[in-house]
Design a binder for this molecule. Structure first.
Ligand code: BES
Ligand code: ZN
Length: 608
């Protein structure tokens, strides 16, 4: 009996040793960077607009930490033709397709291999890529391609360890049609060349989600010593005017939280189908043309993407569950930059609009919903589905609470050290809690008790110690609203000095039960329907759709046909669908081909 037991025990021991413990920290990547990690990428690709494919070689320098015989990469929709190491073919296999993660590309390597080259081709429907025909651009004469890799789409155009915890430097050679120019999240050319061959260098190590490529009929214009703008020639003057303050923002940011680590800060102005407002691709922020208001009133978005050069690109969230460490810090930093660019009142307008967004998000998700926690749980989910305003605005308000409790001077010192000490590293939520306690809060037990950090991070909803924001500017708008509600003539409202933010507050606070006649009066007085400001148009359509204000129908349809920014499209289609599903479907069917996969993935679920 004893013998049998000990035999059983030994057997148990053997099998438990045989099953490898899963050491992966990132549930959204198949890669095993704790065994073998990629440290540098040399990319050599051709961009083919005919077949809508990117093809070529991803040549990695690798570091083998455990003497493993396998390099594991992420791939989604890629055709892998061949893998070599030191000139010799390597065995490789692709796992079964996971609907969210794609496939693991498992490459057999020698223990002492230093380099592995993957010959591959992307699929025409690669999710990161949007191939635009000339009609979808400003110039109407040349096609355009852009990538959007965050969160887990880099693997649809480059085989890579697609996890924010894996950083690599890169060089690239990109062949494009001769009349187009290519730019990347790297050191960039400023002029076209006649061969259509462009080379790039990113010396600093970055995670795969910051890999980015744009190809189009582009021109460059300097904005300052370290800043500039790439855009189609038709848009470049307008963009240069709008973003003229970028260099000043950069100086302010450096002054607050330490030297800018990426040498240059340029921007690429995209066609309107870009699914986001902005994307913080290092050295080259991608930006939507919907912030070209003509009066520089929507440039907080530039401050936001610039701020990511510290929060996100320097100190990077370890997994997408820690997304708030990227976005919450960035919103906080963004508003601090805007406070110095403008004034406190201006930053408070942004904070108040943000608070409205936060309240709406919590309201619609439900106060107890787990996606209202800062620390997310995205296991077996597409990270994109859990990335709401919570990370941005609840994150912001937590940091603002800490600032108000410990004092700005102390908090700034803390943040500066946080960015310096953790530069080019990853941070997760638990580590952050340990860090802020040891560096700041343990020495201030009273402040610590007031803040209730753990409740903010691991609890749902909005904690009752959320900072109040008062905006004197919005008080004036509230007066104007009262004036309107009482039926006084709108001509008497002095709105000529209102910025986009004041208009947004005004539109958001107009009674939800406004009548057709109300809307007509408002439109006559303020000409919302013909506004060139996308934020204002969007807020206006939110009022006109439920009421069925026909005079705005054409402008709405035109907006939906051209703009691909998900933040606008999602609520607009939701209310359009609620009002008139057939109409929503008809417009969506026509417009869908103009949207990036990031947007269609969200909208298909609403409209189709
Ligand atoms: N990094 C984000 C965009 C993003 C988030 C892409 C998650 C993919 C997954 C970017 O910095 C951002 O936050 N953009 C905002 C700008 C705004 C908050 C000023 C946007 O696009 O609306
Ligand atoms: Zn951001």
């Amino acid at each position: 009996m004893n013998k049998l037991l000990s035999l059983l025990f030994t057997l148990l021991l053997i099998t438990s040793c045989g099953t490898k413990k899963d050491l992966r920290v990132d549930k959204h990547s198949f890669s095993e960077p704790h065994n073998v990690r990629t440290t540098h990428l040399d990319l050599d690709v051709n961009v083919d607009f005919e077949t809508e494919r990117i093809s070529g070689i991803a040549n990695y320098t690798i570091e083998n930490l455990t003497g493993s015989r396998e390099l594991v990469l992420d791939a989604n929709g890629l055709r892998i033709d061949k893998v070599t190491s030191a000139g010799k073919d390597c065995k490789f296999s692709l796992s079964a397709q996971d609907s969210i993660l794609g496939k693991a590309l498992i490459i057999t390597i020698e223990k002492d291999a230093k380099q592995v080259a993957i010959h591959y081709q992307s699929a025409p429907n690669a999710k990161a890529l949007q191939w635009l025909n000339p009609k979808q651009t400003a110039g109407k004469t040349h096609p355009f391609l852009f990538t959007q890799s965050q969160a887990i789409l880099a693997r649809t155009w480059i085989p890579c360890q697609d996890s924010p915890g894996v950083r690599f430097s890169y060089t690239a050679k990109v062949q494009v049609p001769k009349d187009l120019m290519a730019v990347m999240s790297a050191e960039n050319p400023t002029e076209k060349n006649s061969e259509g061959i462009y080379t790039f260098r990113m010396e600093q190590a970055i995670p795969a989600y910051l890999m980015a490529l744009g190809v189009g009929n582009l021109e460059f214009q300097n904005l300052g010593e370290h800043t500039g703008i790439y855009a189609e020639p038709e848009m470049i003057e307008k963009a240069a005017y709008e973003f003229a303050e970028t260099e000043a923002m950069l100086k302010i940011a450096e002054d607050m939280y330490g030297k800018y680590a990426w040498e240059r800060y340029d921007m690429l102005l995209l066609p309107p189908s870009f699914p986001f407002g902005g994307m913080e691709n290092p050295r080259l922020t991608f930006v939507t043309p919907t912030i070209l208001a003509g009066d520089r009133s929507l440039t907080a978005l530039i401050a936001h993407e610039l701020a990511h050069s510290w929060s996100g690109n320097l100190v990077t969230n370890k997994t997408w569950d820690d997304f708030w460490l990227n976005e919450g810090f960035t919103v906080y930093f963004e508003r601090r930059i805007m406070e110095r660019m403008e004034n406190k009142d201006y930053a408070d307008m942004l904070a108040l609009l943000g608070k409205q967004d936060l309240e709406n998000t919590v309201e619609s998700l439900g106060h107890n919903h787990k996606d209202t926690r800062l620390k997310l749980d995205l296991l077996q989910r597409d990270p994109d589905d859990g990335m709401t305003d919570i990370a941005y605005e609840k994150g912001f308000f937590l940091l603002r609470l800490i600032e108000e409790t410990v004092g700005r001077k102390q908090f700034d010192l803390f943040l500066k050290n946080y960015f310096t000490e953790n530069a080019f590293k990853v941070m997760d939520t638990e580590e952050f809690v340990v860090y802020i306690n040891s560096q700041l809060l343990d020495a201030e037990p009273e402040a610590k008790e007031k803040i209730r950090l753990e409740e903010w991070i691991y609890g749902s909803g909005i904690p009752d110690n959320c900072p109040e924001v008062n905006s004197t500017k919005f008080k004036d708008i509230d007066k104007a609203l009262l004036y309107f509600k009482k039926g006084y003539p709108l001509e008497n409202i002095k709105s000529d000095k209102w910025s986009s933010h004041e208009w947004l507050h005004f539109l958001r606070k107009l009674p939800k039960n406004s009548t057709l006649n109300d809307l007509k009066k408002l439109d006559t007085a303020f000409e919302f329907t013909t506004s060139g400001n996308a934020e204002i148009l969007n807020a206006w359509f939110q009022l006109t759709i439920p009421v069925g204000y026909k005079s705005a129908d054409k402008a709405l349809e035109n907006f939906l046909m051209t703009v691909g920014r998900r933040k606008f499209l999602q609520p607009l289609y939701e209310s359009l669908y609620a009002k008139d599903p057939a109409k929503a479907r008809r417009i969506y069917k026509n417009a869908r081909e103009n949207y990036h996969s990031v947007s269609t993935q969200t909208l298909d679920a609403i409209v189709l």
